[in-house]
Design a protein around this ligand. Structure first.
Ligand code: C2E
Ligand code: MG
Ligand code: MG
Ligand code: MG
Length: 298
């Protein structure tokens, strides 16, 4: 609805607005304000990253595995609208073209955080960053990413690039080439939201990926839905046979963690282990003095 509304506004000018219901106008107004605000959001220090820990499952108790890394997740504190979800503003940034600058800002920020945590004595973590689908059309993408990590002086091996299964399905050739280049440059590559795109599993053979992120929609009904258990088990077996490791997203309960461990899943990420944390809270979490998560998380 927001997309349609924005399109009409552009076509018809101000007069176009009178065709819309009041709540639609409000939505349009908000979308426009978000699109405008996004251009300067990074400069105005309104953007920040939170980090969600990822835990290895291993063979012991599911709540005893070591920390493996973290995913950097973008947050926007808008001066008028408050905290805006990336689910809302990333599509707007993709439409307006602001996404490139934002995604590169995220990579640089994550690289700087790696340096800061290294200096603070944390174990050498791999930080995952999300790259928008639109970035895969950039011919110089991998060089641009290399340029950033070199400038910050972080080896590319410390950065894991997440692209969604949807991107890989939409642009199979482009995805294959880009993934190969990322791999060659030393970046780790993860396929995000896996299982939502109805891709043939044999597709995976084409991609030089390191990790599969099993979408949270499978995890949600893991214990209730027998078919999901079978699907997840099949995904994990197939990934392992191709030398790809697996992580499940959106793990919220001990029961889900136990089930995933039984399915052979390598790692988990989700509220059960930890919510995404601001850097100071993350550091405390890693050092074993987790503060009250209800105040530390975003
Ligand atoms: P994603 O990459 O699949 O990230 C996982 C989402 O699941 C995050 O939502 C995370 O906060 C949420 N999550 C984590 N654990 C749980 C759980 O146990 N239960 C539930 N229900 N949710 C959980 P978030 O942070 O709102 O991000 C939404 C999406 O926005 C991301 O999905 C990603 O596609 C996109 N995004 C976030 N940061 C960036 C970024 O820096 N660049 C780009 N291009 N996209 C980003
Ligand atoms: Mg992700
Ligand atoms: Mg995901
Ligand atoms: Mg997602």
């Amino acid at each position: 609805a927001a997309e349609v509304a924005m399109y009409r506004v552009k076509q018809d000018g101000r007069n176009g607005l009178r065709f819309f219901a009041p709540e639609m106008q409000a939505h349009t107004q908000r979308s426009l304000e978000l699109a405008t605000g996004l251009k300067d959001a990074a400069h105005n220090a309104e953007l920040f990253l939170v980090y969600q820990p990822q835990r290895s499952l291993g063979h012991g108790a599911p709540d005893s595995g070591p920390l493996r890394g973290a995913e950097a997740l973008l947050r926007w504190r808008h001066p008028k609208w408050g905290l805006v979800s990336p689910a809302e503003f990333i599509p707007i940034a993709e439409q307006s073209g602001a996404i490139s600058a934002i995604d590169f800002w995220v990579v640089e920020q994550a690289a700087r955080q790696i340096r800061a945590w290294d200096a603070a004595g944390l174990p050498p973590l791999v930080i995952a960053v999300n790259l928008s689908a639109t970035q895969f059309g950039r011919p110089q993408l991998v060089e641009e990413l290399l340029h950033i990590v070199r400038r910050v002086d972080v080896p590319p091996q410390r950065i894991e690039v997440e692209l969604t299964e949807a991107v890989a399905l939409k642009y199979p050739e482009l995805a294959e080439t880009t993934i190969a280049q990322l791999h060659e440059a030393g970046f780790k590559v993860a396929l995000d939201d896996f299982g939502t795109g109805y891709s043939s599993m044999s597709y995976l053979k084409r991609y030089a990926i390191d990790k599969l992120k099993i979408d949270q929609s499978f995890v949600k009904d893991l214990s209730a839905q027998h078919s999901d258990l079978a699907i997840v088990t099949a995904i994990i077996k197939m990934a392992h046979s191709l030398g790809i490791s697996t992580i499940a997203e959106g793990v919220e309960t001990a029961e889900q963690a136990t089930q995933l461990q039984a399915c052979g899943c390598d790692e988990i990420q989700g509220y059960w282990y930890s919510r995404p944390l601001e850097p100071a809270a993350f550091e405390a979490f890693v050092k074993g003095h987790a503060p009250d998560q209800t105040t530390a998380c975003v």
